[in-house]
Design a protein around this ligand. Structure first.
Ligand code: ZN
Length: 390
């Protein structure tokens, strides 16, 4: 890779022929059409708040440096912004009158309304630009490792950069488009935003996991694909299944591993009405401390209590119960574990140490037993484990 530092390109040069796409919220071209501001493999424009945009302009007015900008030199007359897209878009948007900044007196000023001296100062500011030339793979590799100014790229944004091509372009049109009418539904089950590629990431995660491969393997093998049928269909299948099985949308559903749950449970039959009642019951049960585990617990036939992280007995309650049980057991000459005491082996008179015992619900939590001292019994660890497995 050859890099050349350019110090004579001005704001005016960059903004010549600046085109901003309002709908997609991204800067498209500059430098008299020679510069592509947001190539396919770039992240979406992220400075959505004008405060951050204004700070770029204020820095220029104060002659503060705004940092290095990197161009990929495709040929003599064609460049793409590798890093600095957000700063360039902010500058272009300001110069074309898209937003104002506040002057010394706190008045809003658009570019056209500024004193000529200030306008000239902005236009004549020279930017520090590195032009990089080389093999695509080389440049992509390097691009992947840079995390310069601004918001760092997340994993999916890096993947989009590395595997850019028709597939990513189509996939972004569906999953990274903030105007997609399905986003509200997606947000019931998935954390994040279209802008930061969270829906695309989830869709790829689900479909690749169902094939036992990684997201990168999936993206790599589909890189030249001209449609996203499989990706979209699988994603919709998962969401249709969830919304069919759990008819009420609960905030606890957001961000669960729905793809994995779909693979594990979608062939089973469920009665949505019955499930709805169970969800409500567990959501209002104060002994359930992991409410996000409720859905998998129910799907699995209400067996695996670990998923709910049922509230446990406090150390004080355990100690109290242990003292009482042990004193009584010693009086009778029997084991302080009631299961050992009724047995016939050597343990029937064994006094276990507190550290060798675990607390158990006398009336099971699933049968309405509370996690309270009058429902606590200490059992030796082997017996407690055996009981828990039944
Ligand atoms: Zn025992």
């Amino acid at each position: 890779m050859i890099t050349t530092l350019k110090t004579n390109i001005t704001v005016k040069d960059i903004c010549e022929g600046f085109v901003y796409n309002e709908l997609e919220g991204k800067g498209l071209f500059g430098l008299s059409g020679k510069l592509t501001i947001q190539p396919e493999y770039q992240r979406n424009y992220l400075y959505k708040d004008e405060k951050r945009e204004a700070s770029v302009i204020e820095s220029i007015l104060k002659k503060y440096p705004i940092g290095l900008i990197y161009f990929n030199k495709v040929n003599k007359d064609k460049f793409e912004v590798l890093d600095g897209q957000q700063r360039i878009t902010s500058i272009g948007r300001f110069v074309t009158g898209k937003f104002p900044i506040k002057d010394e007196n706190g008045h809003e000023q658009y570019f056209d309304g500024m004193a000529p001296e200030k306008r000239t100062r902005i236009e004549n500011t020279k930017l520090l630009i590195y032009e990089c030339e080389g093999e695509e793979a080389d440049i992509m590799n390097w691009f992947e490792t840079i995390n310069i100014a601004g918001i760092p790229l997340n994993e999916q944004e890096k993947n989009n950069a590395v595997y850019f091509g028709p597939f990513v372009t189509h996939a972004k049109q569906e999953f990274s488009n903030s105007k997609n009418a399905n986003i509200q539904k997606w947000n019931s089950y998935i954390n994040g935003t279209a802008r930061r590629q969270d829906f695309l990431h989830t869709a790829l995660d689900w479909v690749s996991a169902s094939k036992g491969i990684t997201i990168r393997e999936y993206m790599s093998s589909h890189r030249r694909a001209t449609d996203i049928k499989e990706l979209k269909t699988y994603f919709n299948n998962v969401l249709d299944w969830v919304s069919g099985v759990f008819t009420d949308v609960e905030t606890e559903m957001r961000g669960l591993e729905w793809g994995r749950l779909y693979e594990k449970f979608h062939k089973k039959n469920y009665n949505p009405e019955k499930l709805s009642g169970e969800v409500q019951k567990f959501l209002t049960d104060s002994f359930v401390t992991d409410r996000k585990g409720i859905f998998e617990y129910i799907l699995g036939g209400s067996q695996d209590k670990k998923l709910l992280n049922i509230r446990v007995f406090s150390e004080a309650v355990k100690k109290d119960t242990y003292s009482k049980q042990t004193a009584e057991a010693e009086k009778k000459g029997k084991s302080n574990c009631s299961y050992c005491a009724i047995g016939h082996d050597a343990n029937k008179s064994k006094i276990w140490k507190l550290s060798e015992m675990d607390a158990d619900h006398v009336t099971a939590w699933s049968k309405g037993g509370k996690t309270a001292i009058n429902n606590c019994e200490m059992l030796c660890k082997p017996h407690n484990r055996a009981k828990g497995n039944r």
